[in-house]
Design a binder for this molecule. Structure first.
Ligand code: PMP
Length: 454
């Protein structure tokens, strides 16, 4: 048993049920901007904004004061009885920014919940339309949509599912574009054609009349290390789904809210979804918050049919959450944060590639704006991943953590199709000088790690 002083800086396994049952964590006492500080006074650069959440940085006074004001007025009302000014304002501001046609927003507490609500929305719509046989959803591999059982069913991340089969719902999968492992000689030229053909084959095999919706992340997040689509891909996917009457859902939980250098990644990549899901950066971590944006005409169909969307949860439209969203959105606008993210993002992408690509075992560096991924492989010429048993990315993450760099990782697919991935996504408020510090520390850490413990 450790003494009390030690416990206050690093809790041994106590009463909190941690995801990892074999280790303990440092105690964070505060954060400021892109930095976190632990109880020993150690400073960390939060290079992944937690889980790509802390968009407006830590300790953001402007945001906290606004939330505080709302909490003093009213923190919670039942979203099926009342609405509030902050909720109405956040909805109208988001819908004004959103791609044309998305004119109604609902607010929930997490990305997984909003994904589930989006899919339930599509399923209900087909029942209301008299086509109850449309129950399947097409999702992509790799891909990630959340950890509750329906959202997990939609996620192309096999090791998360190890203990939970059979999955809940009928989910059909198709391959998502991932440039490093596409096998194509000219990914930019042939990528869209290749992956859309795969989707079309899937549609034909399953029968389009059995499919309710197609769900995709415009830029694939944690499961493929910030992988943007090939040019023209989403334009063709949108057209194909329209042709077969399949509803499209854009999961922008990770890549939305300015992360890619545009507020909505769908718009940047030619995706015109029927339902759009946001989370993470929407409240910057100042409250649990996600959003679901839908089309007016679909709601009209429901209004004429059963009269309601059969989905509610305790925290639906709760003002404590939406106040955080509104305060964060105001901060974005006051500080022109999306333009800043686009500008600093270009510097970030350029610096990362230049510093990392020459390093041993770095297979690929990819991304857009302020999200990026690095894939490590044992052999760069054959692109052979490290054997999973070596736990390369886990050990590398620990080394970088010691150096004060907080990052996120994905252990890759158990079948060896994907190598170990590092995921980067600093707060959008990061400066060019802080980007330089991040990239330099990262490059030094990787270099040292593969020299000492390859
Ligand atoms: N969709 C995507 C694209 C995500 O990245 C995540 C979270 N990493 C989720 C959904 C699930 O969000 P949450 O963890 O808030 O439930």
């Amino acid at each position: 048993m450790r003494d009390e002083a030690e416990q206050s800086v690093r809790y041994p396994q106590g009463n909190v049920l941690l995801r990892n049952l074999t280790r303990d964590f440092p105690v964070v006492t505060h954060g400021q901007g892109v930095h976190l500080f632990d109880a020993r006074g150690k400073r960390y650069l939060d290079a992944s904004a937690g889980a790509l959440v802390a968009s407006v940085g830590h300790g953001n006074r402007e945001v906290v004061d606004r939330i505080h004001e709302q909490l003093l007025q009213v923190a919670y009302v039942n979203g099926t009885h009342f609405t509030t000014r902050v909720t109405e304002q956040l909805a109208s501001r988001l819908c004004a920014l959103a791609p044309p046609g998305l004119t109604r927003a609902a607010f929930l507490g997490s990305g997984s919940e909003a994904v589930e609500a989006a899919v339930k929305f599509a399923r209900q719509l087909w029942v209301e339309r008299g086509q109850p046989e449309r129950t399947k959803v097409i999702a992509r591999v790799p891909g990630y949509h959340g950890n509750t059982l329906y959202a997990l069913s939609l996620s192309g991340r096999p090791h998360y599912k190890t203990f939970f089969g059979p999955m809940l719902a009928e989910v059909v999968t198709t391959l998502a574009p991932y440039p490093y492992r596409s096998g194509l000689e000219d990914y930019a030229r042939d990528g869209a054609e290749h992956y859309v053909r795969l989707l079309e084959e899937t549609l034909r095999r399953e029968g389009p009349h059995t499919i309710a919706a197609f769900i995709a992340e415009p830029v694939i997040g944690s499961s493929a290390g910030a992988s943007p689509p090939p040019p023209g891909y989403f334009e063709r996917v949108s057209a194909l789904c329209r042709e077969y009457g399949i509803l499209t859902i854009a999961d922008e939980v990770m890549c939305g809210c300015g992360r890619t250098g545009r507020f909505f990644a769908s718009e940047q990549f030619g995706f015109t979804p029927d339902v759009l899901v946001l989370g993470k950066g929407l409240s910057g971590g100042y409250a649990p918050l996600s959003a679901l944006l839908v089309r007016q005409e679909h709601l009209e169909e429901m209004r004429r049919g059963s009269g309601s969307f059969m989905h509610a949860q305790t925290y639906l439209q709760a003002p404590a959450m939406t106040a955080a969203g509104l305060a964060v959105l105001d901060y974005y606008e006051r500080h022109d944060l999306v333009a800043h993210a686009a500008r600093v993002g270009e510097h970030f992408q350029r610096r990362l590639r230049k510093a990392l690509l020459p390093l041993p075992h770095v297979g690929s560096v990819q991304g857009v704006g302020l999200m990026a991924g690095v894939e490590f492989v044992e052999d760069t010429s054959s692109r052979r991943p490290f054997p999973r048993a070596r736990k390369v990315v886990e050990r590398l993450l620990a080394e970088l953590f010691e150096r004060g760099l907080v990052l996120w990782s994905n252990t890759g697919h158990a079948d060896g199709t994907n190598g170990d991935l590092l995921m980067l996504g600093p707060p959008l408020v990061i400066t060019e000088a802080e980007v330089d510090e991040l990239v330099d520390t990262l490059a030094r850490g990787i270099h040292h790690f593969f020299q000492e413990a390859p």
